[in-house]
Design a protein around this ligand. Structure first.
Ligand code: URP
Ligand code: ZN
Ligand code: ZN
Length: 484
C-alpha cells in the first residue's frame, strides 16, 4: 500500500513548507519537494491545500455507561465521525465503577473499542482506592501501554475521587511515569447546590449552570494544582471552561509547576444563555459538565490557547439523544451530562481560530495534535508530518465551506451544539495508516481497522520531574542517640 500526496504545503507545529509526502505500509517514508511514486501508488492531489498531522482528540467517551444510560455513539460510529472531521486518533476513558478492578474495566473497554476505525488509546480513571488499585496501575503502565490516570473531583456518590484518593494516586502515577489528569469541579459544592436549587423548585436545565458556577471549577482547579504541587507531580486539567481555572493554571506555570490544560471547542463558542432557552429539549441538549459559561470566559479561553496557558483542544465527545436527556425532565441533576463534537472540533477551531487571526496554522496543529502527542508521549509517531511517523494525515482545504447540521453529521446523536454554524476550512481527504478513509465528503471505513495505541511511560517532562524531586529530598537532622 503506497500513497503520494502531491503539491501541498506541509504544516507542522514548528513550520510550514512546500513538500510532497510519500507513505508506505502505514508510515510516512519521505517528506520532500518533487517526490516520485512507484507504479500503482495512489496519488492524492493537494494543490491549494495544507497537509496537516491528523488530529488527536484526547478526551472522548464512546458508548460510556453514565448516569443510568449509555452514550449513543459507539467506537465505530464515533471514530468514523472523527475521521470525517480530520481526527485520526482519540484517547477515550476506562472508568471503573467504585470497587471494580481496574484491569477488569480496562479489558471490558478494550473489547468495546475493537470495532474502532481510527487509532485509539485509553486513560484509566481512579474512582476508588485500595491495594489492588495500586497494583493494577503498575500493570496497566508496564504491560498495557497506559500512561495517564483520570480523577473526577465531581460526580459525588458515583465516580468522584476525594482528596484521599488523589493523595494516594498522584505519587503512584509519578513513580510509574504516568500523568494524572483531573476533572476539576468541587463535587461536594455541586451536590449541595443541586439539592438547594431543587428545594427551591428549580428543576429545569437552568439549574445546571447555577449548581456549577465558575468558582466551583476554579476552587477545585486551584486545590488540585496545589495538591499536585505539594506532592511534586505534574498534572493535566481537562475541559477548562472558566477564567478562574485558567488563572490557576497560569499562576502555577509562572511558578514553574508542570501543569497542562485542555479546553473544549464547545466551551470556546457557546455561552450560558443556552440553558435559559424556553425549549426544554434544546436547553437539556446542552447539559454537560462543566457547563457553558457567560461570554467573558470564552475570550479568556481563546487568550489562554494563543498564550500557551492551555496546550490542547478536545471535545469530551459524549452523546446522549433527546430521549436520554428526557430522563431529567423532572430534575436537571438527572439529565445525562455530555455533548458531541469529535466531528467538528478541527473545522470549528480553524474557522474561529485561524480565520479570525487568533491562531496561526502552526498553532492550530500544535493545539489539535502535536501538543497532545507530546504530553501523552506518542510524539513523533503521531502529531507531526515527518519520516517514520504514522501516516495519519489530513489534506485540509482552507476554503472548504460547510454549514454544520445534525441532519448531515456522521455523529450518532440527534443534536449538534454548533447547528447552523458556517465554517470555512475542512478536510478534503483524511488518511489513516496510509489509507484514504475520507474523501470529498465520503467515508470509506470498516469496523476494526483502528489500532490500540500503547503509550509508553516517562514522557520527558515526567523524568525531569522525578529528577527535580530527587534533588529536593526530605530534610533529616541527625541528633545522635538519645541519652534517655
Ligand atoms: O458532561 C460531561 N463532560 N460528560 C462526560 C463526563 C465528563 O465529565 O467528562
Ligand atoms: Zn469531565
Ligand atoms: Zn469527559
Amino acid at each position: 500500500m503506497s500513497l503520494l500526496i502531491r503539491n501541498g504545503t506541509v504544516v507542522n507545529a514548528d513550520r510550514s513548507f512546500a513538500a510532497d509526502v510519500y507513505c508506505e505500509a502505514g508510515k510516512i517514508v519521505a517528506v520532500e519537494p518533487g517526490l516520485g511514486a512507484p507504479q500503482g501508488a495512489e496519488i492524492v492531489d493537494a494543490s491549494g491545500c495544507l497537509v496537516l498531522p491528523g488530529g488527536i482528540d484526547p478526551h472522548t467517551h464512546m458508548q460510556l455507561p453514565f448516569m443510568g444510560t449509555v452514550a449513543s455513539e459507539d467506537f465505530f460510529s464515533g471514530t468514523a465521525a472523527a475521521l470525517a472531521g480530520g481526527t485520526t486518533m482519540i484517547i477515550d476513558f476506562v472508568i471503573p465503577n467504585p470497587g471494580e478492578r481496574l484491569l477488569d474495566a480496562y479489558h471490558k473497554w478494550r473489547a468495546w473499542a475493537e470495532k474502532s476505525c481510527a487509532d485509539y488509546s485509553f486513560h484509566v480513571a481512579i474512582t476508588w482506592w485500595d491495594e489492588s488499585v495500586y497494583e493494577d496501575m503498575g500493570t496497566l503502565v508496564r504491560d498495557w501501554g497506559v500512561n495517564s490516570f483520570k480523577h473526577f473531583m465531581a460526580y459525588k456518590g458515583a465516580i468522584m475521587a476525594d482528596d484521599g484518593v488523589l493523595t494516594q494516586s498522584f505519587p503512584r502515577a509519578l513513580a510509574l511515569g504516568a500523568l494524572p489528569t483531573v476533572h476539576a469541579e468541587n463535587g461536594e459544592l455541586v451536590d449541595y447546590l443541586q439539592k438547594l436549587l431543587l428545594k427551591k423548585g428549580i428543576i429545569g436545565p437552568e439549574g445546571h449552570p447555577q449548581s456549577r458556577p465558575p468558582k466551583v471549577e476554579g476552587e477545585a482547579a486551584q486545590r488540585v494544582i496545589q495538591i499536585a504541587g505539594i506532592l511534586g507531580v505534574p498534572i493535566y486539567l481537562v475541559h477548562n471552561s472558566a477564567i478562574e481555572s485558567v488563572d490557576a493554571i497560569a499562576r502555577a506555570r509562572r511558578q514553574g509547576q508542570r501543569v497542562f490544560g485542555e479546553c473544549l471547542t464547545q466551551h470556546l463558542l457557546i455561552d450560558e444563555s443556552v440553558y435559559y432557552d424556553k425549549d426544554w429539549k434544546r436547553a437539556a441538549a446542552h447539559v454537560m459538565s462543566p457547563p457553558f459559561r457567560p461570554r467573558p470566559h470564552q475570550e479568556a479561553l481563546w487568550e489562554a490557547l494563543s498564550g500557551g496557558i492551555l496546550q490542547t483542544t478536545a471535545t469530551d465527545h459524549c452523546c446522549f439523544c433527546g430521549d436520554q436527556k428526557a430522563m431529567g425532565q423532572e430534575n436537571f441533576a438527572r439529565i445525562p451530562n455530555g455533548t458531541a463534537g469529535v466531528e467538528d472540533r478541527m473545522a470549528v477551531l480553524w474557522h474561529h481560530g485561524v480565520n479570525m487571526g487568533r491562531l496561526t496554522a502552526n498553532d492550530f496543529v500544535a493545539l489539535t495534535s502535536s501538543n497532545t502527542a507530546r504530553i501523552f508521549n506518542v510524539y513523533p509517531r503521531k502529531g507531526v508530518i515527518q519520516a517514520d511517523g504514522d501516516a495519519d494525515i489530513v489534506v485540509w482545504d482552507p476554503q472548504l465551506r460547510r454549514t454544520i447540521a445534525a441532519e448531515t453529521q456522521h455523529q450518532q446523536v440527534d443534536f449538534n451544539v454548533f447547528e447552523g454554524m458556517e465554517v470555512s476550512g475542512g478536510p478534503v481527504y483524511t488518511i489513516s495508516q496510509g489509507k484514504v478513509v475520507f474523501a470529498h465528503g465520503r467515508l470509506q471505513v470498516e469496523p476494526g481497522t483502528g489500532r490500540y495505541v500503547s503509550r509508553p511511560a516517562f514522557a520527558p517532562f515526567m523524568r525531569a520531574q522525578q529528577q527535580h524531586n530527587d534533588r529536593h529530598p526530605a530534610r533529616v537532622v541527625n541528633r545522635g542517640r538519645p541519652d534517655h
